[in-house]
Design a protein around this ligand. Structure first.
Ligand code: HEC
Length: 253
């Protein structure tokens, strides 16, 4: 009996919170991504700009620990550029011959250096909130790239009348509950794009989401290419089998 009541209470809780979040969440505007659809690919220039936004802005709070610097050659950086990018960071290594840990410059084979050593340190620096790792973020949220784009561009200076915004929180149209601990990370001209593109909030959001989508699925282009090859193969095989069937059955018909 007791178990039943508990289960019922749990179900009600699940149902009501689910319903509350669902009814509050506004519909995500669909963006047109170069990488969606069967033939979608990542633009190398978008990816490199997106990496610049991640490195100069997001990486001061968010880790992306599944990426290594050497992976950046996949998005068009030369091995020398990758070595230079990695050399801006320091990692702890060791132990050395004396049994001590030491700090050295990062190399291409190292994973992206985290901004904080552990979760407690990142919470302490962020008002108690935890900036999640971004490596798989576009796969981890419903709406994927559209959601992350909407989150980055969905801040409002003033919450609607009557909305009780808590201290240190920011109103965002698309975050569940509308109160997010992350201050608006993007502002007009926040980065100086190497290729001269104007750094509007929308442009930076689009670029960084493209970069994060690649980070979450670096094999996407290869997967889609293989898919197209398989489809072509199946069409040819079907035609051959059909011709064969007609030949074999030609006496009977
Ligand atoms: C000053 C620190 C800071 C910077 C810079 C920052 N963030 Fe955040 N971010 C946070 C914190 C803190 C949270 C957790 C928010 C919460 O739980 O209320 C967060 C949460 C998120 C989330 C998860 C939202 C969700 O649905 O849970 C995403 C996605 C995100 N940030 C993306 C970015 C991107 C992309 C950038 C760079 C353009 C960026 N952030 C820059 C601090 C930061």
């Amino acid at each position: 009996m007791k178990r039943k009541t508990l289960a019922a209470a749990f179900a009600t809780l699940l149902f009501t919170t689910g319903a509350a979040v669902a009814s509050e969440a506004p519909k995500l505007p669909a963006q047109s991504w170069t990488f969606s659809g069967m033939f979608g690919t990542f633009e190398r220039s978008d990816l490199q700009r997106g990496f610049q936004v991640y490195k100069q802005i997001c990486s001061s709070c968010h880790a992306a620990h599944l990426l290594a610097y050497r992976n950046l050659t996949d998005i068009g950086f030369t091995p020398q550029q990758v070595t230079d990018i990695a050399a801006d960071f320091e990692v702890e290594d060791g132990p050395n011959d004396e049994g001590e840990m030491f700090i050295r410059k990062a190399v291409a084979a190292d994973r992206f250096v985290k901004p904080f050593p552990n979760e407690a340190a990142s919470r302490a620096a962020n008002n108690g909130a935890y900036p999640p790792d971004l490596s798989l973020m576009t796969k981890a949220r419903i709406g994927g790239p559209d959601y992350v784009y909407a989150l980055l561009t969905g801040y409002k200076e003033e919450p609607p009348a009557g909305f009780a915004l808590m201290e240190g929180m920011h109103y965002n149209e698309y975050f569940a509950g509308h109160q997010v601990a992350m201050a608006p990370p993007l502002s007009e001209g926040a980065v100086d794009y190497a290729d001269g593109t104007t750094a509007t909030v929308e442009q930076m959001a689009k670029d960084v989401v493209t970069f994060l989508s690649w980070a979450a699925e670096p094999e996407m282009e290869a997967r889609k290419r293989l898919g197209v090859k398989v489809m072509i193969f199946l069409v040819v095989l079907t035609a051959l089998l059909f011709a064969l069937k007609r030949k074999i059955w030609s006496d009977v018909h």
